[in-house]
Design a protein around this ligand. Structure first.
Ligand code: CO
Length: 147
């Protein structure tokens, strides 16, 4: 158990499991398989240049399956596919304020991939926490767009 400690910053509250991110080599093929096996359709599909991916979001209950195809080999997801193959890449939690969450995690000594938030799909702001920080799991924090 982690020791309890006083912290001047508010705790990060994880509001929802936003999505599970899965690295795929061929987005069209993966979407066809989801369609055929489970009769589900993506709600969004877009290229996110800042992450070097084309992504599709399939709604499942209140969350999404996010399928990620790298735009090039020399991208984070491209390198992941090269070394690990297709499969689970990250899980993403909704937070109310990504800036406050990053401040809190920094103070906790968490190993951050992103020191500041960057643009994600659907007009979100996102940041990644290194898998070495939590049982080999890459965590994405998501602040949803205000719309
Ligand atoms: Co994601």
């Amino acid at each position: 158990m982690l020791p309890a400690r006083a912290n001047s910053l508010p705790m990060v509250k994880l509001l929802n499991l936003d999505h599970v991110g899965i690295a795929v080599r061929n987005l069209d093929h993966a979407l066809d398989t989801y369609r055929e096996r489970y009769r589900v359709e993506p709600l969004y599909r877009e290229t996110v240049e800042s992450q070097g991916v084309e992504e599709a979001m399939i709604p499942v209950g209140g969350s999404f399956v996010q399928l990620l195809q790298p735009l090039a080999g020399d991208t984070p997801v491209g390198r992941f596919l090269e070394s690990r193959g297709e499969g689970l890449h990250h899980i993403a939690f909704v937070v109310s304020s990504i800036d406050a969450a990053l401040d809190h995690l920094r103070e906790e000594g968490a190993r951050l991939v992103d020191e500041t938030a960057r643009p994600g799909g659907r007009g979100t702001r996102i940041a990644f926490v290194h898998p070495a920080d939590l049982a080999g799991t890459l965590i994405e924090l998501v602040e949803l767009a205000n719309d």
